[in-house]
Ligand binder design. Structure first.
Ligand code: ME8
Length: 526
């Protein structure tokens, strides 16, 4: 039986349209799932929507909709977006679904019965018009940080989770599993700033609003949105029901992908909830940095948000995926700039990769009428070095993919592309073509078959990130052998070559100034 790999994204709040930040998280999860599938894993990807809570209730009201209608519409729109971005998720969980609500309610009940959740009193600064509690620290000059009005100290009955009980257990777990949180800097931050100083008990119910899962034994309380939301990772798999095959097969998650904003919930509370339930903990959590623009945070009210539609409708899905996966460093924030987008597109995609394919197909047609019998090839002096270098880069790319360093993995793949373009310049096929010598003709066959083989390898390596471009390469070069392991051996005479008559450009070159202007207009704001 093949090994399994379970990867998740956060379940996003449907409080507004999703921008390219959340698209990145989802694209990364999809690329990882595709990669694992290529490596022979039985890979399962989960995404979904976090549909309860006061914020959603309020936004629905602002849209003159009841919350359920509002979240239904948002879920449809989000699923459409993921389809457009070629996200191959296996399940889409919504916290308003019965399959989730029933199990989340039981989980809360169980935790209460076994004494992990107790009834206490919540005290904080309450803003009446906003119906929200704030801590002292959150107040701005003693007033509500949202509306600026007076707040008053209020108390209400609330349930709490006894986090303190798990203090030692979680610390031990962190010590024993140093790779649990990636990148390491975030792990250390969490451990030193939040865990070691002492974890406070967490308030896990609210009585101030209605839109949520009601506590079974005390329905004036709704379950705190994070306890509700985090359990999605197991409820989606059928945990706690009599059809829990997916739970049995896929849990524990191999990787939760999240943004750095929600690391505390995933790195501390989620493992503690699981410990309390006696369930295995996820194997790894990867928290990526945040995407912003030069001016700072993208913000709807400032009107300077880049939505994924802006990119994929104009530049294609693969270019959008490539940009995000290539530009995002593993352990830092990233800034979206019009210049970097256009450079990546024109430089990496249109010039380097697009031209390599285009040139190769053009030459096979011009020199051989589109078909070559590769059994007649004669090595050129550049071949063996080229082969060795490509195989080395394949190995390096693989290590990066395994470590979820996608940007570095793609960098390695582009090094293969660059080696291939340099190989053309060195081998000078146009000179070999002009020669009357039979040996030169055989060398020309070798050059062409080396180029086709390197494109075959590139086509396989880019599959997780650029699924469309990859299949276009395979189609245009008539390539059948596309399994990952076949990239480890450079075999120029794999198969007789037969290419399309005219190559279809993978990426049409952009007018740099025009596109920079277009992209700049998106982030100029109101
Ligand atoms: O937090 N850059 O949902 P959410 C990069 N419902 N990524 C970004 C981003 C940015 N500027 N903005 C958002 C929630 N993200 C909860 C999650 S999970 C059990 C519950 C991405 O809609 C990033 O992945 O606010 C971040 O963690 C997530 O969206 C937050 O999404």
């Amino acid at each position: 039986m093949s090994k399994k790999f379970y990867v998740t994204t956060p379940i996003y709040y449907p409080s507004g349209k999703l921008h390219i930040g959340s698209s990145y998280t989802t694209i990364l999860a999809d690329a990882i799932k595709r990669y694992k599938k290529l490596r022979g894993y039985d890979a399962f990807m989960l995404t979904g929507a976090d549909e309860h809570g006061q914020k959603i209730e309020t936004v629905a009201k602002e849209n003159n909709k009841d919350p359920q209608t509002y979240v239904d519409e948002m879920a449809e729109a989000t699923k459409k977006l993921w389809k457009k971005l070629n996200i191959e998720y296996d399940d889409y969980i919504r916290t308003t679904e019965k399959r989730h609500e029933d199990v989340a309610r039981e989980i809360f009940d169980k935790l209460m019965k076994q004494g992990d959740i107790y009834l206490g009193e919540y005290e904080g600064w309450y803003c009446l018009p906003c119906e929200t509690y704030f801590t002292e620290k959150q107040l701005v000059e003693g007033k509500c940080p949202d509306c600026g009005r007076e707040v008053r100290k209020m108390k209400e009955e609330a349930y709490f989770f006894n986090m303190k009980k798990y203090q030692n257990k979680i610390e031990e777990f962190y010590e024993e599993n140093p790779n649990f949180i990636q990148p390491e800097s975030r792990r250390n931050e969490l451990l030193n700033n939040f865990i070691k100083p002492g974890i406070e008990d967490l308030c896990v119910s609210r009585t101030s609003f209605d839109w949520g899962i009601k506590v079974k034994s005390n329905p004036k309380h709704v379950i705190y949105v994070w306890l509700d939301a985090l359990t999605n990772y197991i409820t989606a798999l059928g945990y706690g029901t009599d059809h829990d095959e997916n739970y049995q097969k896929y849990w524990p998650a191999d990787l939760h992908i999240i943004g750095k904003d929600i690391i505390r919930f995933h790195g501390i509370y989620w493992p503690i909830f699981l410990m309390a339930l006696g369930l295995p903990l996820p194997k790894q959590i990867y928290a990526h940095g945040f995407l912003s623009i030069r001016e700072g945070k993208m913000s709807k009210s400032k009107g300077n948000v880049v939505y994924p539609e802006h990119l994929y409708e104009r530049y294609g899905v693969d270019a959008t995926r490539y940009y995000l996966l290539r530009e995002y460093p593993f352990d830092q924030d990233v800034i979206f700039t019009p210049e970097s987008f256009v450079n990546r597109y024109n430089g990496d995609l249109a010039n380097d990769l697009g031209n390599l394919l285009n040139r190769t197909i053009g030459m096979v047609n011009k020199y051989f009428g589109g078909e070559i019998n590769v059994s007649e090839l004669a090595q050129t002096e550049f071949d063996s070095e080229f082969e060795t270098e490509v195989v080395k880069k394949v190995g390096e790319a693989e290590v990066c993919y395994d470590d979820i360093h996608f940007s570095n993995a793609l960098e390695k793949v582009w090094e293969i592309i660059s080696l291939s373009n340099k190989y053309i310049d060195k081998a000078e096929p146009w000179v070999l073509f002009k020669s009357e010598n039979e040996e030169d003709r055989k060398k020309l066959i070798s050059v062409m078959s080396h180029l086709v083989e390197s494109l075959r390898i590139v086509g396989i390596l880019i599959q997780p990130a650029l699924p469309e471009a990859s299949s276009k390469i395979f189609n245009q070069l008539n390539i059948e052998e596309t399994n990952w392991d076949s990239t480890k051996e450079f075999k120029a005479d794999r198969k007789a070559i037969k290419v399309v008559e005219k190559s279809e450009p993978l990426f049409i070159r952009l007018d740099t100034n025009e596109e920079i202007e277009y992209l700049s207009s998106l982030i100029k704001g109101k």
